[in-house]
Design a protein around this ligand. Structure first.
Ligand code: ADP
Ligand code: MG
Length: 693
């Protein structure tokens, strides 16, 4: 029985009275295809048509129902022909104004006719007016008023409120039978209404409802819907994960010899946090199903050695490992590090990049497929079809937030060649607030490197208006003359690469002319990679004092001796990006500083970002503030990942629900497995496969 009712909910909107293919087409434009979609299409706001107000009590801007009698109706011929209807109810008088009308309409509005009108009162020249009010002629005295508030829905061109209201009315009747999958004890413990009640309240609230909460989206009825939606997403991720754990992978239980030799060669000991994460990775990849682990560690927390150890686990088993980075500069740096580290262990490291010469690339590809190269480092060039591995068992993706969905999926396929899946390790320096991570990445295991290598000092951050540029320049030269190394980051609001490079070139030329005694370098995205690499190497070897750069240096670049960073146009950058950039300094034991240059006046948001940068060096704190300022979509790069597209839930607004969602999901998986699929079906439908990212 209930299954049948559910199927009514999932039937197309055309099953509703008055919905033909034309209307269905319009509804589809706002993503309404089924009866259930109508129910989940929530009102934007509400009108109160439950009371009749005295005309004399109206004020400009009020929407109200009035009952009046026509005193006089006339057609006025001004610039536009219009119908003017003077009405009153004994408490006050009002003018109704119509631009579109028929002769019959006017004839029906004879003096003495009683009307019920709804509209917004506006101050006219002499009287309050209603322009094109909805009205009906009163025949008998006892025409009822509405008993609930009237929902105003988001619509699209050619789709009228009234028809949407009728459609939702019918859908609500169907919803009387809607199945509440959530167990009573969960609902009761959260103090949330049933699904049916929630829908009723949201679409047809009683006049006594707490309207302000309803308008904010924080009314328990809306929270009930958001909760169920978040729960369905959570369950779908858990299911995906269960499914993924059925895939076979090589358990990486090597003898540990390469790993211990690698650790012995390092000039430092791992931090406790690094050790813990390495252990977590080892436990996962010892299994015969693929690891899917996300490592979060703030900039400079030392993720690279952790990645290297994961790769060595594969290599100890005579399996290949691949490390991918989002930019050429970062990939090259990893290649250098890995070549140096693994060279000492007798392991060949291959290099793949889009800018590589064809002959060199061919040679690399041949060696990779032959299994001569056990470690492969590169940019997204690693994803290309022509790249075939011999036996890829470990994939490390650095800074995954910069990779698109398809790239990541393509890579997973790489390991599948011989029907074994690769273990996957994803590393990100963009810490995602815990609540968000729990929802967005419920299909991944999470590790956090929450400790910095010893001796690090927090970076002191100051803000300077552009008018103090001379001061900033003198600070830079002073620092350089004292043997410090500095970055000067040129940014532009336009995402145009060319313009950014031009700005960097200009700044470079100006600084060079002004300070012939300094060694100044330049890197930007449009330079040849050899040139770029040479400059980076010179900077690393302290042959360059001042490095002028575009935001290409944002991710991962590691020069521990650099201790001062100037960021131009800081007010135009997002918080996370600023934090990433700043993370290039303060990587050694030197006291470091960051100067944020800006053009006053700052926007409210710009002020808050710069304030946050000055207040804290904590990546998690910054991510939290970023979440509040920008919302989760931006933070996670929703456009890329396709996740977190909710109909009703809003992670920023509903984040307080997440701990309960996570808890409920666990209980349901264990105690009520039969409701998992119906819930996922209800909220995600065909989108389930899309979630697989
Ligand atoms: P990120 O997490 O930003 O990728 P890196 O892996 O680049 O950080 O590490 C930053 C710097 O810290 C590097 O110079 C690295 O060699 C160094 N480092 C990493 N781990 C430690 C440690 N346990 N002790 C001291 N220095 C370390
Ligand atoms: Mg890094």
């Amino acid at each position: 029985m209930s299954v049948k009712k559910e199927s009514i909910l999932s039937s197309p909107v055309t099953s509703l009275k008055g919905v033909g293919s034309k209307v269905a087409e319009k509804l589809a434009r706002i993503n309404i295809r089924t009866v259930q979609d109508v129910l989940f299409h929530l009102p934007l706001r509400y009108q109160d048509r439950t009371r009749i107000l005295p005309a004399g009590s109206l004020q400009s801007g009020m929407e109200a129902v009035i009952e009046v009698q026509v005193d006089h109706a006339e057609i006025a011929f001004g610039r536009r022909r219009m119908l003017l209807v003077h009405v009153s109810d004994g408490t006050g008088a009002l003018l109704l104004r119509f631009f579109h009308f028929s002769a019959a309409q006017k004839n029906n509005l004879k003096s003495g006719t009683r009307l019920r009108c709804f509209g917004e009162a506006r101050q006219g020249k002499h009287l309050l007016e209603m322009i094109h009010p909805e009205y009906s002629v009163l025949q008998n005295e006892s025409q009822p008023v509405e008993d609930t508030l009237t929902a105003i829905y988001p619509v699209t061109e050619g789709l009228h409120q009234l028809s949407l209201r009728k459609i939702s009315e019918q859908s609500l009747q169907t919803a009387a039978e809607i199945k509440d999958w959530l167990p009573d004890n969960i609902l009761q413990s959260l103090n949330l209404p049933s699904l049916r009640e929630a829908l009723q309240i949201v679409h047809r609230p009683s006049p006594e409802v707490e309207l302000s909460r309803l308008l904010e989206g924080t009314h328990p009825a809306q929270q009930r819907l958001a909760f169920e939606e978040l729960l369905a997403h959570q369950l779908s991720l858990i299911k995906l994960r269960e499914k993924a754990s059925l895939n076979p992978a090589v358990p990486l239980q090597g003898d540990g010899k390469l790993r211990s030799q690698f650790l012995t060669n390092l000039p430092f000991d791992l931090t406790a946090a690094q050790q813990r994460v390495v252990l977590e990775i080892e436990c996962d990849s010892n299994q015969s199903f693929p690891m899917m682990r996300l490592v979060q560690g703030d900039v400079g927390s030392g993720k690279t050695v952790v990645a290297a150890l994961a790769c060595l686990q594969a290599i100890e088993m005579q399996q290949q490992a691949a490390l991918m980075a989002p930019t050429e500069i970062l990939a090259e740096q990893h290649f250098k590090n890995f070549s140096a580290w693994f060279g000492k262990l007798g392991i060949n490291v291959a290099w793949l990049s889009g800018k590589q010469k064809a002959a060199e690339r061919r040679e690399m590809l041949a060696k990779i497929i032959a299994g001569e190269m056990m470690m492969v480092v590169g940019t997204h060039a690693l994803f290309q079809n022509e790249v075939t591995f011999n036996n890829l068992a470990m994939i490390v993706i650095d800074e995954q937030h910069r990779f698109g969905v398809h790239q990541r999926l393509a890579l997973q396929e790489k390991g599948k060649k011989i029907n074994l899946f690769s273990h996957q390790l994803i590393m990100t320096a963009t810490p995602i607030p815990r609540t968000l991570a729990q929802t967005a990445y419920a299909d991944l295991d999470l590790s956090v490197i929450d400790e910095f290598p010893p001796g690090r000092q927090p970076v002191t951050t100051v803000a300077m208006p552009n008018s103090k540029r001379a001061e900033v320049i003198s600070r830079v030269t002073h620092a350089c003359e004292n043997g410090e190394q500095c970055y000067w980051v040129c940014t532009l609001v336009e995402e145009s690469d060319a313009l950014q490079c031009e700005a960097a070139e200009n700044t470079y030329a100006t600084l060079q002319a002004a300070f012939p005694q300094l060694n100044i370098g330049l890197v930007h995205g449009r330079m040849k990679s050899q040139e770029k690499e040479k400059t980076m190497q010179d900077f690393k070897n302290n042959k360059i004092n001042l490095l002028v750069a575009t935001t290409v240096i944002e991710v991962g670049v590691d020069v521990p001796n650099a201790s001062l960073m100037i960021i131009e146009n800081a007010e135009r950058l997002g918080l996370s990006q600023l934090h990433q950039l700043r993370g290039r300094v303060g990587r050694g034991s030197k006291k470091s500083a960051c100067v944020l240059m800006y053009q006053p006046p700052l926007s409210e948001n710009g002020k808050k970002r710069i304030q946050a940068m000055r207040e804290t060096n904590d990546g998690f704190r910054i991510a939290q503030i970023d979440l509040e300022l920008r919302g989760p979509g931006e933070l996670l790069g929703t456009k890329q990942t396709g996740i977190l597209q909710f109909r009703i839930a809003d992670l920023a607004r509903d984040k307080a629900l997440i701990p309960d969602v996570v808890k409920a999901a666990k209980i349901i998986m264990k105690e009520h497995p039969q409701i998992v699929n119906p819930l996922i079906e209800r909220w995600l439908g065909e989108k389930i496969e899309y979630q697989r990212v």
